[in-house]
Structures are given as structure tokens and as C-alpha cells.
Design a binder for this molecule. Sequence first.
Ligand SMILES: Cc1cc2nc3c(=O)[nH]c(=O)nc-3n(C[C@H](O)[C@H](O)[C@H](O)COP(=O)(O)OP(=O)(O)OC[C@H]3O[C@@H](n4cnc5c(N)ncnc54)[C@H](O)[C@@H]3O)c2cc1C
Length: 468
Amino acid sequence: MSSSAGSVVNGGVSFWYADDGLPAVRQPLAGDTAADVVIVGGGYTGLWTAYYLKKAAPFLRITVLEQKFCGYGASGRNGGWLYNGIAGRDRYAKLHGHEAAVRLQRAMNDTVDEVVRVLAEEGVEADVHQGGVLEVARTPAQLARLKAFHRAELAFGEKDRELYDAGQTAERIKVADAVGSTWTPHGARVHPVKLVKGLAAAVEALGVTVHELTPVTEIRPQHAVTPYGTVRAPYILRCTEGFTAGLKGHKRTWLPMNSSMIATEPLTDAQWESVGWDGRETLGDMAHAYMYAQRTADGRIALGGRGVPYRFGSRTDNDGRTQETTIEALREILVGFFPSLAGVRVEHAWSGVLGVPRDWCATVTLDRSTGLGWAGGYVGSGVATANLAGRTLCDLVRLDSGQGGRTELTELPWVGHKVRKWEPEPLRWLGVQGMYATYRTADRRETATHSAESSRLARWADRVAGRH
Ligand SMILES: Cc1cc2nc3c(=O)[nH]c(=O)nc-3n(C[C@H](O)[C@H](O)[C@H](O)COP(=O)(O)OP(=O)(O)OC[C@H]3O[C@@H](n4cnc5c(N)ncnc54)[C@H](O)[C@@H]3O)c2cc1C
């Protein structure tokens, strides 16, 4: 690669904001007030919840309280995979039966179409391209996992998923050493920031009150407390995902896991010729420390993976600044996938946090005795899941307030799921560092040995982490 890490724009929240511009910030809260529903956090979860609630019940007074600006968190920093994966489905199958998990998966498949539908209806231009999701294997062990994954997805009702051999994969995209891939149509590439900005504008246009620069310091029944006043409401919905540890009493609720990304300069036509990727599928792999990427609307590659996975004491980063070693590691992944791009400049690097529950299962809950609700713990699959969560929180509030009955969504197996908290420090930090160091070693061993068996190390790390 030609560029030194020093010439890369580092942080600035994300490349997507450099591309589309930071938003003008809305007015903070100006004193004590009241509402029917308070939503804490202006990411996809909070905004979708506000959107569906206001659409269903225009008379509701809904207030969104956001600490910085809508889309400041993962919703303005992600890889733009709008796809049907949901964290915890396999565990939900064990807890509630296969049929319940199939319903959850079907709901996720529909969610991708629902987001695309609403964006079109609201006139939100978010560079949507429905090319599906392509996941490639580059070692025999990855291929074995890919085939097992493919079989599992079919069993969960994804009848339209396809399995490709090395030749068929190369017809779609020229990833070095690719030995196979699996493709699902249930995915689209999006521009994360155009999506979140458009959604925030749509929510405001419906009549929802949005206060920015307003951090909530404490949530308790019927109260959202901020430095500028308290908003009282029968329902307070916590939609703070990776930032949840910053709220009083929630230090160990969800672990803030980092994910980091780079974006290249726009590629030339000749470079695209060497890569293929005409279908603009979102692209991932089957490594234990996996990567994810998209071909952006303006012809770049945006690629992400795990850098420093977790900061001691559940701290979150500062506007997305990313360690040089992480930028270098992501650059190596890019060139490993596409050796012909060795001279391409990386223009931007950034990071964000996502929320990881102790059992790695996403949840959506309304505690009917307190009126407190929450959704999240999406573990990195939240772009579509947040929409399902928003629709579900809407239905749960309407059910509780007597405005609606039970719906298909209120009966899904992730609703009301409870999980224990993370261990106190230093165990939390040691555990996560150990897990990712083990994944990396396992990936290296699988590449070196060419064994078709997944490394035992990775399976052990999964068990210790509580993932399986
Ligand atoms: C680098 C990266 C890449 C990712 N790539 C993908 C991907 O390609 N596909 C996918 O499906 N998922 C991806 N994810 C995950 C996905 O982006 C998230 O799951 C999703 O955006 C979560 O939305 P959210 O609204 O729940 O949380 P967020 O977007 O994090 O929103 C939470 C909001 O709450 C605000 N907030 C926090 N605390 C307070 C407080 N105390 N008071 C007021 N406001 C507060 C924050 O400022 C923030 O705006 C990625 C995540 C990261 C970090």
C-alpha cells in the first residue's frame, strides 16, 4: 500500500460523515417537561421506535433524548450491511424450540424489505443496493464452517440461499484464495449516515420532539434525568446499545465491543475490473475474527473488522479515533483479499461500539410493571435488527397501554429475554482480550495447516465467552 497510516483521516466519527457532512445539531432539552413516551438514544433503534409509534398513534407525545446528535453511535459508523442476521437465533431455538426461531428468522428476512420499503416511502435516498450478502471461505476450515452455516440457514427457512464453489465465487468477485461462498438475497448495501439522517428527519416531520446534546444520566421508572431537566413519562425506552454502560446502574449490562473500519480512495475502472464485484453484494468471510465490507456508491471499498476489541472499564472511544496498528491490520486484510489493490490509498479510518450481552443474544423488552423498556445487544448485526426492535417496542407499548393487542412481533422469542450481567473488571477485560487473541491464533493456524477442521482453540474460546 502506498499511503502511510499518517495520511489517513482518523476518526471524525466516520467516513460516512466526511462523505455526507456532519448534521446541524438540534436544540437540547430546556428544562423539566412531560411526555407519553421518552426514547433515550437517537440511533436506528430509538428512531425506528419513534417512527412506528408516532405513525400508529399520532396523538402520542414522544420525546427522543440524544447525548450528541442522531447517528453519533454505531448507526452513523457501521458497514452498511442491511441484512437478515440476528444475534442469538440459535440459542433462542434451544430455549423456545426450532419453530419459534424460524419465526424470528422470517421476521428478519421481512425486515430487510421493510426498511427498503419505508426509505422509498419517506423519500430517503440512502444508496440502497439490494445485491444480497456474499460470505466467502478462504481456507479448508472456513469452507467446512461455511457449508455448515449454509445448511443451518436453510434449516431456518432461508430457501433462497445459494452455495457457490471456487469458480462460481470468482465469477462474482475475485477474492484471493477463495474456495467457496454462500449468498443470500436477504441483504442490501446502504449508506449508514444517509439512512440515519433521513430517518431522523422523517421522525421529526411526523411531530416527534428530538433533543440533541442532551445526555441522560439516569433512567428510573417514569423519569429520564438529564443535566438540563427531567422528562417524566409512563414509558421510558433505553436505546443506547454500546453506550449503555455509561448509564447509572448499567456498567455490566452490555459490553461495549469495538469494531473498526477503513475506506479506500475511489477505485479506477481498471481496478474494479480486477476485483469484479459487479453485484455489489455486501461481503464477509468465515474467519473467527471476521471481516465485513461493502462497495460504496462512489466506488470505494469500506472494510471493517475487530481492532482493539474492548477498552478496560467499558470505556467508549472518542469520535472514532482508531489505533495505527488496527488501521494497518485492516489494510492487510484488504490487500490479502485483493492483492491487485496493493497500491490503493486508505483515506479514512474510524471505530464505533456495539452492545454485547453476556449470552450474545439480542433482546427487546418492556417491563410492564415499571414502564421501562429497552432493545439492543445486537452484537454487530443491528442495522436491520434495530428496525424489528423498533416495531416490536411500538407493539409492546401499545399492548401495555391498551391501544393494541398481541401481535406476531410481541410473540417472537427474543421478547422479554433476560440475561445475567458481565463479570466485574479485570475479568471482563481479560476475557475479551483472551477471546480475540485466541480467535486470531486459530485463524493463523487454520491458514497454516490447511486442515478442514475448525481449530479447537476457537471452539474453546466460544464456550468460555458464552457464545455457544
Ligand atoms: C464499526 C461498526 C460496523 C458495524 N457494521 C454493521 C453492519 O454492517 N451491519 C449491521 O447489521 N450492524 C453493524 N454494526 C452494528 C450496528 O451499527 C448497530 O447494531 C446499530 O447501529 C445499533 O443501533 P442503536 O440505535 O441501537 O445504537 P447506536 O447507533 O449506537 O445509538 C445509540 C445512541 O444513543 C446515544 N446515547 C448513548 N447514551 C446516551 C445517553 N446516556 N443519553 C442520551 N443518548 C445516549 C448515542 O449517542 C447514540 O446516538 C456495526 C457497528 C459498528 C460500530
